[in-house]
Design a protein around this ligand. Structure first.
Ligand code: SF4
Length: 216
């Protein structure tokens, strides 16, 4: 257990030293993070930013306005994020859940227990573990580790998990071997995304990667 904790710490320190704090999530409000978590599915951040700007221009970053809006109109506004018809439906599902269960108030939502919130979010059609955990960590500031493709690549390529690892097992690698701290999980995930984009791509570019010294 200590060897794994030490290795996870080492990875974090090397990435932080190389890249510095990532200041995630670049959003103005928890609702923006929640909306961004859906828009961000299978796309790049530039597309998300354009879609978000379009929602802001129309003064729509409000749960009640979003809920009242016809899905087709919402789809048109978020077109730059890609898969816009699907994402508009997913966003409507999520907003409906937030308005009906928490009166559209993310501050009230924050008061609920993490386990309950995760279960509720996963029950929303179109919300998978990565989206649910991004909302929990970045919008609701819960100590939940977000797992994505980059997490998988870095951890499996450094021998910390096997290739067949599940989402939950990969998440447990962090939650069982690191302190349950929201700020640490926020920064760690952001740093893994950074190294994943710059180096740990489908074909790894290990030369010059901050984690190259850890390869055996
Ligand atoms: S690119 Fe290479 S050194 Fe960098 S994280 Fe991936 S496997 Fe490790």
């Amino acid at each position: 257990m200590n060897i794994i904790s030490d290795r996870l710490r080492e990875i974090f320190e090397l990435l932080l030293e190389a890249y510095g704090p990532q200041h995630w999530w670049p959003a103005e409000s928890p609702l923006e993070v929640l909306v961004g978590a859906v828009l961000n599915q299978n796309t790049n951040w530039q597309g998300v930013e354009k879609a978000m700007a379009s929602l802001k221009r129309h003064n729509l970053l409000n749960p009640h306005k979003l809920q009242a809006m016809p899905t087709e109109d919402l789809a048109r506004l978020i077109k730059p994020a890609g898969y816009y018809n699907l994402k508009a439906r997913r966003l409507k599902n999520l907003i409906e859940f937030v308005t009906e269960t928490y009166s559209g108030d993310l501050e009230i939502m924050k008061q609920a227990k993490t386990g309950r919130l995760r279960k509720e979010l996963l029950a929303v059609n179109g919300v998978g573990p990565e989206t649910a955990d991004s909302i929990l960590l970045y919008a609701l500031q819960k100590a939940v580790f977000v797992v994505d493709t980059y997490t998988y690549r870095v951890m499996s390529r450094h021998g910390l998990v096997g290739e067949e690892v599940s989402y939950d097992e990969l998440q447990e690698l962090f939650t069982q071997h690191l302190p349950l701290e929201m700020k640490l999980f926020n920064e760690y995930h952001a740093l893994l995304v950074r190294v994943g984009k710059l180096h740990c791509q489908r074909k790894p570019r290990c030369k010059g990667c901050p984690l190259e010294p850890l390869l055996t």
